[in-house]
Write a protein that binds this ligand. Sequence first.
Ligand SMILES: NC(=O)c1ccc[n+]([C@@H]2O[C@H](COP(=O)([O-])OP(=O)(O)OC[C@H]3O[C@@H](n4cnc5c(N)ncnc54)[C@H](O)[C@@H]3O)[C@@H](O)[C@H]2O)c1
Length: 641
Amino acid sequence: MTVAAEQTTELPGFTVFFPPGENHRINAAVAALKRLGIRRLRVPLMEEPARPGDNGAGWAGVLLPRLAAEFDVLACLPSDASDALINAVGPLSDILDGIEIAMAPGKPASALRRATDLAAHFKALGFHTVVSGIEMTSLDLMMASDGGLRAVDAIGISTHQGTGITSWEGWSGIITSYRQILESRGAAPRLWITGAGFSTWRHDDRGQIRAFLSAAEAPADRVYWSSFQDIAPFEKSGQGFHADERDYFQGIVRADGSPKLLGRLLEQGGISALRAVDRLSRPAPARPALAEKPVVITGGAGFIGTNLADRLARDGHRVIVYDNLSRAGVERNIDWLKATHGNAVTYGLADSLDPYVLRDAVAQANRMFHFAAQVAVTTSLVDPVTDFEINARGTVNLLEAIRAQPEPPPLVFTSTNKVYGKLGDVGLELDGKRYAPADPAIRARGIDESRPLDFYSPYGASKGSADQYVLDYCRTFDLPTAVFRMSCIYGPHQFGTEDQGWVAHFLIRALQGSPITLYGDGYQVRDILFVDDLVDAMIAAQTHMPAIRGKAFNIGGGPTNATSLVELLDRIGEAAGCRPDISYGPWRPGDQLYYVSDTSRFGSATGWKPRTGIAKGIGRLADWLAENRIIEPSELERVAS
Ligand SMILES: NC(=O)c1ccc[n+]([C@@H]2O[C@H](COP(=O)([O-])OP(=O)(O)OC[C@H]3O[C@@H](n4cnc5c(N)ncnc54)[C@H](O)[C@@H]3O)[C@@H](O)[C@H]2O)c1
């Protein structure tokens, strides 16, 4: 991604929650926070039941010194904190950066009084003090009262977005209003944002990035972001947590520690990386209405989406690409599409799980392609629920959005050959370095759509469910939909890994001179299809939608483009100048020994057939990889960080 020279903006501090006794979390969180280069932490302290023999220092006495050894720590106490909590923090003025007294919104004047008294107490002990949660009207009251803000070094302001569909005017207005009140009374405390946050409960990661940038760039004296990590479901009933489900998704990493887009970009390139993605996904300037509505591609920053968007734009169509950038590195594809096609391609940073986004996307579409997916069997084995959510639920959400349209746009959905399971009943024999079907008809034509469905692996099941829903929405609701059950596609713009996109992965490794692991014996056979041929098929599908609607089609290179893995490595060895070293691993769940698509059903309906042979296709991919100096995505993340 192109990152222009930027003015530097300080990285905000982060609010971190460590409920009493949760020692096991601290080390992992500290490591992650340090990786991001975070210096400041805001640590809300929670009451814990007094235990016999407790010396009063309790959890705060353990937690705060541990964190203060590595960060500047602002400890945060509620204004109605117990004496035990107040006493536990009292002796820590030497190690803490400050103490915040947080008032709950709408508290009576007596609470204001208590907050100023507490601030005075801590100020006398040598702390820097912050009072937060004072509404603008109460601020005047507080300054007019006895003692006023004398013991208060900073006023903390907080507001959280993303938990409702409310309009937001940004931080500048709020901060200016607070400053005016303070200055009108000659008060000098600093203004801190102690709680800027944004919930991704509806998968609006773009909104979170924009809110983060807005806070980081706000004219405040200091900023803390709420929060670092989402709250895990099992904690939801715990005391002291929020009542609103949506408040559990304020973090930049999920409850399991995996980064959201905001977390990933911050780790990769800090604030500059956020600005670059924000620029990429700014809405295009309004354009005069054209006769033809745009083509919408979900998951369009990925490999297939980029190739399709490129072709459509070259053919004079407007294209809107939606993608949540969950596949690391695909930002480059958006950069490339925009550089190549300017405003003909619009990018929306959006998650296909966000129903509001889907509704808007579908309303604009003339035709739709739904590619957004969790694409790897391996990932689905680790986290089947997320795999289900994205692949099955996300597709049903999209179908519902299409169904709500007065004129539903036609949809092509990309399913997979995995819906046919392992195909263990297809008799095979070893033929040189590949498996071949014993049945001469299958050997000549491949696997057709009459095969029974047999979903294998969570990925097979989630894509298979989506495949069936897409077909059924045609049958039941008369939507114009078609399904491609695709074999292995390869070509430019593919950031292949060993988990998905193995043809590109093999070539990348070979060009780097790195070894390759084959899972199984390497004699398994696939028909590989060059992406230009797939794009031809997709365009043909939309053109012939009235004839093909409600049907599924096996799409791949067919018997003439079938190869075993070791045969392909031999070819790649020739193209790259040396054959990579190979090691072997166990078969992976659901691996098919033989899968070759019989594409005659689609061919008869549309006249399509693949045009690019393996040698030519591999040559073109190798040229693209070399010209673009593509390295492995895992390397890419390492180099960028
Ligand atoms: N490439 C193949 O060989 C192959 C084979 C069979 C099926 N498919 C299917 O084709 C489609 C495209 O595959 P590809 O090879 O281009 O994969 P890809 O990983 O390059 O592209 C998928 C894109 O979807 C995006 N995405 C993922 N989850 C999203 C979400 N919730 N919201 C918005 N965007 C999201 C990713 O960031 C990525 O850019 C996928 O549905 C895949 O399952 C591909």
